[in-house]
Design a protein around this ligand. Sequence first.
Ligand code: NAD
Length: 284
Amino acid sequence: MSAVTDRFGGGVAVVTGAGSGLGEAMALHLAGAGVHVVVTDVDRERATAVATACVAAGKSAEAHHLDVADGEQVDALFATVWATHGSVDLVVSNAGIESGERLWDLTPAQWRRVQAVNTDGAFHCARSAVPRMGAQERPGVLAVVASTGAVTSLPYQSAYVTSKHAALALVECLDLEVRAAELPVQVSALLPNWVRTRIFDDVRRAGVPTDPDARASFLRMAESIQAQGMAPPEAAERLLDAVARGEFWCFTDPDRTARLFDERARTLLDLRRPERPGWSVATA
Ligand SMILES: NC(=O)c1ccc[n+]([C@@H]2O[C@H](COP(=O)([O-])OP(=O)(O)OC[C@H]3O[C@@H](n4cnc5c(N)ncnc54)[C@H](O)[C@@H]3O)[C@@H](O)[C@H]2O)c1
């Protein structure tokens, strides 16, 4: 039996941004492990397609529209899910969007939307889930998807990288508070490295960056992720296994992530200026 089946089988999980990519793969993996999955996404059709695929495979799932940037929507949905199921074993705050301009070329609305989805979304999920998990009989897990971008500096992705540094800080502070309050809640930080998803496609639809360097960088990142990123099912399995084992730090690629942590620590300890990383998965 897998760690995920053992820990969460027969339980209930909510996954945000579960209509595509990593969230979709985590929803399918959880459903395959015997978990009832509440598949949520700002794109209702994507959420419905994933839940329908789970049910067609004989698994248990339901679909809901949810924009994680809207705290009232998050709270209303979580209230409904808890009222329906009594308790929730796992919430994965996964929804996220990319950015691709130079900092000063971003409009305030573009900047705010990235922070609203990637950072505020995690806040809204935590604010709504932690007290409910604290009051239920079964222990719960809140897993927040940050990124290896949470410990790196990248040009032309400032909105995204800022939001992921903030999301990681949020999870670290939350873990301290949950433990201080002795709540039966496990908090986990998920730091995927590159995963082959459509995350850059949604940015591309809104228009590629205008600055030539930012555009070239964006297109290189989008191509590299498709060429070298991990397949979503493998990434989902690795992350969920780590969550099920009770780990705080959960990676898709522990060796590369350790190198990034080492690089970050050296940059700070040696008071180095930020350096532009190479563009292959091995060095990013
Ligand atoms: N793909 C990677 O290489 C990579 C690496 C590190 C971290 N991540 C993180 O993984 C998470 C999932 O990204 P992905 O790569 O699977 O991308 P994706 O674009 O394939 O999927 C993201 C999903 O989130 C949904 N979404 C967007 N805004 C939303 C909102 N406001 N509310 C609810 N849902 C919303 C989208 O409709 C989409 O279905 C993100 O947090 C991302 O930052 C991805």
